[in-house]
Design a binder for this molecule. Structure first.
Ligand code: FES
Length: 86
């Protein structure tokens, strides 16, 4: 599991191993989604801190490595805490 901090509200939520990032944050912030499967780009979110684990099919290798943005509908975190611009 990992923690996700929603920077705009300061809320910190825990994403369990069986839980999705999107389902965890959905009720706590205004996040727009469409495909919810990592290919449309609607949910692209800036990563302010932490190391995202990408599972989308949008970002290229360079963007993945930079870790400044992620698709939160499918992404997770490699670091214990992810801070999102939400
Ligand atoms: Fe389509 Fe996340 S909702 S990429």
């Amino acid at each position: 599991s990992f923690e996700v901090e929603l920077a705009r509200s300061g809320k910190v939520l825990t994403v369990g191993p069986e839980q999705g990032l999107l389902e965890t944050i959905q009720d706590h912030c205004d996040i727009m989604t469409s495909c919810e499967d990592g290919f449309c780009g609607t949910c692209e979110t800036r990563v302010l801190a932490g190391d995202p684990e990408h599972h989308d099919t949008i970002l290229n290798e360079k963007e993945r490595a930079a870790g400044k943005t992620m698709m939160v509908c499918v992404g997770r975190s490699k670091s214990p805490r992810l801070v999102l611009d939400l």
